[in-house]
Design a binder for this molecule. Structure first.
Ligand SMILES: [Fe+2]
Ligand SMILES: [Fe+2]
Length: 197
């Protein structure tokens, strides 16, 4: 699974979502660096990322994994033990995401001290997400191929249902548009940081 190739649609969907999370984390980093230097990065960049964490990551993506994948993993397999750990990491992620949203709530553009807290909490959650994604891309996907190949269609149908019922098509589209908008919105502020550094 390390090569990213699979014939399971469910794995492909989760992998694409992991890539979207990594893309947002990479896009956000220059905004954090700029804000830490006192560049007045607008708050909506950080609140949009907070909304992405809450809706896309926690509600939609983690919801799919928990309801459609984790719940199906047969007990007494190594996959089941891994699932317990991944569930714990989802819980921990909610705490880290809440800390980030709190920091964004206290953030004032141009105020380096408030920006430092946004950057700290974003990087803490980001590091946890990167580790978690790495474990899922290797361990979880291997277990899915070993134990859940026959359930691929059912899992995929459940993913679609969760996406429509929990998130709604409009919000899904809106979040993808937001993801694409991040680099061009961040660039002018990141450029100021380079000049000041
Ligand atoms: Fe997960
Ligand atoms: Fe995941």
């Amino acid at each position: 699974m390390a090569d990213g190739k699979t014939n399971m649609k469910s794995i492909e969907t989760l992998q694409n979502e992991h890539n979207a999370v990594l893309y947002v984390l990479d896009s956000l980093e220059p905004a954090l660096t700029a804000a830490e230097q006192g560049v007045p990065v607008p708050v909506d960049i950080f609140t949009d990322v907070g909304r992405f964490f809450s809706i896309f990551v926690e509600q939609c993506h983690n919801g799919k994994e928990e309801a459609a994948v984790f719940a199906r993993m047969p007990a007494s397999t190594s996959g089941d033990a891994l699932v317990r750990q991944l569930e714990h990491e989802h819980e921990n992620g909610k705490r880290l995401s809440a800390a980030y949203n709190d920091a964004v709530g206290q953030y004032t553009p141009g105020n380096a001290a408030s920006a430092a807290e946004v950057a700290r909490t974003a990087r803490e959650y980001g590091a946890a997400l990167r580790d978690h994604i790495e474990e899922e891309n290797t361990g979880l996907f291997t277990s899915m191929q070993e134990s859940l190949a026959a359930d691929d269609e059912e899992m995929t149908a459940e993913f679609d249902r969760i996406e429509i019922e929990e998130i709604g098509e409009g919000v899904h589209e809106e979040i993808h548009a937001m993801i694409d908008s991040l680099p061009p919105r961040i660039k002018p502020w990141a450029d100021q940081a380079k000049v000041e550094a």
